[in-house]
Design a protein around this ligand. Structure first.
Ligand code: GDP
Ligand code: GDP
Length: 444
């Protein structure tokens, strides 16, 4: 799973048990590995997968079945799974069973979906060998328009359905992204597992400041972005699941959403990763950190709840961090208390510094000079009889900075030498707080 792909449209499969959701899920994802199979404790009964039609990738969420037991039970399960999936989705594919016909539960689900404000596609499954008019007749009563007709088992109608879903998702997104032209300052995402103190930190950041909150109701993503200014710097806080207040429909949602966390990361310039100093670094912390690294976003780490810790514990957590999150050494760590609002100003300075590094303009002459310096100081090793020749460098991108090195026989440059170059560029251009990518382009 590549983070670069995170802006892929998200399609949720909703419906009663046995209507064919898993069958459709498997067809769409062709049993690729579930997206977050390696994030234990997060997915529970929801499955995330990647699919593709033509060259258009998407994410799909399968919401296992919710058992129609007591009324309370259904609502409870819906709150836990279906609601979460719906909240994360751009488009909901609502599947009903063409062989069984309309059931009362289909109506309950319809009511809920209508309140969610999401785009819903009503899909009649198991329709192989059946006439459109007879298999769909029952379902007009739901008031969701002309149903789509498919056979998940046989594949009939499935790719047309997905193409239509992607078109809907795409049209919604372009609408959403339009007001993007104004200067939003540093786009900041505050991420971390539940209870590390994200909401507390947001309050600390916004509480004392003039806050302009613009909620964008009815948008596909339920996005909320908060613009704020602090010490003369403009920021836009990117929504993170668990920070914002939820509307009525989504009240019961779990606080932590994988997809939303990943999307927040991919929309941000700088990610502020919060850790809880009172707890050991967990696998979940490391996974989120790994995603940030892969995304290439600039990073600042806040080790929160530093207040009232014994010095033994402080040493303990510091070495725990070093052991488990050593791969984040390019980032600055700050020991803070969101609750007591201490340590926040220096941390925000690091945010600005990381942003500056991530978006720095590195001119070709300066990069080339730095490259030549590095090579003069230490040559790359020969590979066989050929020594790679590094000639010049230019900038290939920002946030993260990409440095493209041109020359000959560059395939022979090993990882150790690449790390040496990275370090040299980092030091030369004071690139603190951002990942840095080095690419080699051989002219033969
Ligand atoms: P889920 O509980 O909604 O995930 O439903 P499943 O995907 O497990 O499917 C329930 C049953 O319906 C299984 O026995 C499937 O083989 C069957 N099924 C799924 N799709 C189709 C279809 O397109 N046609 C027919 N005839 N059966 C299907
Ligand atoms: P979120 O789930 O990441 O948004 O976490 P919250 O902001 O809701 O905080 C979870 C709990 O940790 C709450 O009880 C907070 O009062 C507490 N908390 C947050 N920041 C601090 C801190 O700096 N020090 C201490 N001691 N507790 C904190």
């Amino acid at each position: 799973m590549r983070l670069i792909d995170l802006m892929k449209p998200v399609i949720a499969l909703i419906g009663r048990p046995n209507v064919g959701k898993s069958t459709l899920f498997n067809r769409l994802t062709r049993s690729r590995d579930a997206l977050v199979a390696d994030m234990p404790g997060l997915t529970r009964d929801r499955h995330y997968g990647e699919g593709r039609v033509g060259d258009r990738p998407f994410l799909v969420i399968d919401t296992g079945g919710f058992e129609p037991v007591a009324k309370e039970g259904i609502m409870y399960e819906m709150a836990k799974q279906t609601k979460q999936a719906v909240a994360e989705a751009d488009v909901v594919i609502f599947i009903v069973d063409g062989r069984q016909g309309l059931t009362p539960h289909d109506k309950t689900i319809t009511d809920f979906l209508r309140k969610s404000g999401r785009s819903v596609m009503l899909v009649v499954n198991k329709a192989e060998g059946m006439k459109y008019t007879s298999v769909t007749a029952d379902f007009y009563e739901l008031g969701l328009g002309d149903p789509y007709v498919i056979s998940a088992a046989h594949g009939d109608g499935v790719s047309d359905l997905v193409i239509e879903a992607l078109d809907i998702a795409f049209s919604q997104r372009t609408e959403e992204e339009e007001p993007d032209s104004q200067d939003r300052g540093i786009k900041l995402a505050i991420v971390g597992r539940p209870n590390v103190g994200k909401s507390t930190l947001v309050n600390a950041l916004l509480g004392e400041e003039r806050v302009i909150a613009f909620d964008m109701p009815g948008t596909t993503r339920d996005s909320i972005e908060i613009a704020f200014e602090r010490d003369g710097q403009n920021y836009t806080l990117i929504d993170t699941a668990g920070i914002r207040k939820r509307g009525k429909v989504f009240e019961a949602i779990e606080k932590f959403s994988v997809v939303k966390t990943l999307q927040s990361i991919s929309e941000a310039n700088v990610v502020l990763l919060l850790l809880d100093a009172q707890q050991d670094i967990s696998e979940q912390d490391a996974h989120i950190a790994g995603f940030i690294l892969e995304s290439g976003r600039a990073l600042v780490v806040g080790v929160n709840k530093w207040d009232g810790l014994q010095s033994d514990r402080r040493d303990e957590i510091k070495s725990d961090i070093e052991r488990k999150l050593g791969f984040l050494s390019f980032a600055k760590f700050h020991f803070i208390s969101a609750l007591k609002t201490s340590g926040i100003a220096p941390m925000m300075k690091s945010v600005i510094q990381a942003y500056a590094a991530a978006t720095a303009n590195l001119s070709t002459p300066k990069l080339t000079r730095a490259l030549i310096e590095a090579v003069e100081h230490q040559q790359p090793k020969r590979k066989g009889s050929i020594r790679p020749k590094l000639r010049y460098a230019h900038q290939g991108g920002q946030n993260p900075p990409i440095i493209v090195i041109h020359g000959n026989a560059l395939d022979g440059v090993g990882d150790v030498y690449k790390r040496y170059l990275e370090k040299h560029f980092r030091e030369t251009f004071s690139l603190v707080g951002t990942p840095l990518r080095i690419e080699m382009k051989s002219s033969k």
